[in-house]
Design a protein around this ligand. Sequence first.
Ligand code: IMP
Length: 420
Amino acid sequence: MSVTIAVGAQWGDEGKAKIIDYLSENIDIIARYQGGANAGHTVVANGKKFIFHLIPSGILYPRTICILGNGVVIDPQALINEIEKLKQENIEVQNRIFISEASHIVLPFHKIIDEHKENFAGKNKIGTTKRGIGICYADKMLRIGLRIGDLYHKLEEKLNHFIEIKNKELEILYNLAKLEPQKVLEDLKKFAEYIQPMVINSSLFFEKQLKQGKTILLEGAQGTALDIDHGTYPFVTSSNTTTGGALTGTGISYRYIQNVFGVCKAYVTRVGEGPFPTEIFGEEGKEMRNLGNEYGATTGRPRRCGWFDVELIKHAGRINGLTGLVLTKIDVLSKYKTIPVSIGYQRNQQKLDYFPSYGWEDCKPIYEFLPGWETDISHITRWKDLPENCKNYIEKIQEWTEIPIKYVSVGPTREQTFAL
Ligand code: IMP
């Protein structure tokens, strides 16, 4: 029983990377299980800011082994860039990064099609990161995708079949230029050579390590409300961001799972299109964005901001089997005299006491108003030193969500995190 999962409990950008980095100190192996270079995981360590897109955030600890599980979709150039950047920073990567041979590869046409679809979708635009993620997962489901293991087995044959299909799609469906198979093949051969020492059967690897008593942390990307099944469909990402995805995306048995931490901001943000019941609009929304410096780590897009949504977190608790919450960026609320918290919704004539599976845009939040603390808390590292109103805010969230709050974060650095 030595696996911990950290999932996003909202729409992503909850501060998972920071918490994963914090928890990694006592962890042997850290693995990503879904998503790809659409993620932007920011860690501030030793005064330096790192943004990871594919590599697990635990890489900054010298002894941690980092794995990209079979559920991750891998963009070759993004991975190479990230590894090379780590090398430049003198971070040891040899024998520390491993990739599942069953992970799917994001190819140039995935990105071209993602971008094209987004640009021409009009009001049906999802607001994707244009990293080709959804198109790559769609090809995985269509059973035509290319996996890491294929780089070493009948690559040319498999790629040609794939490109033939995709070139027809590019030409006929989208009226776009076809790709030159030879160029894609050459690039893939170089990539195959570059990553060869890193390629493993990850499920087997995890099993062996667990039997030796090693500890594993599974790092979710995006968040519960972006889950393909349990999120605000169709305004979601194309993978299972939740606990179920952590199992299928690594091949680790459920029997090893000990803790599932749901990471959530003390308020809510989302990037891209889609419903967001507690969103704050206009100047007030801008104010929160500036207070929280809410801009996407991958695309730089401004994040939409809103008040804490209890039903969303209860939903995340149910879907993920959360054993605890990690509440981040509570320092951002220090400016407010009164802080609204949504404890349910009014949808048309109906009162909802759950996060629904449709019609979120018609959900009007029912707010409770909590008193603010109006004082800087970013230097505080113990529960007992927090202002009474801040303790009250945390306790109320715990009471309403019915999930124990295990850690609180009051700023971007490792030191600004403490256990309750
Ligand atoms: P995709 O994952 O690029 O297909 O984008 C689908 C949706 O997920 C869009 O709303 C994106 O803004 C959102 N998304 C993808 N990755 C992240 C992330 O790491 N943080 C927050 N939102 C994300």
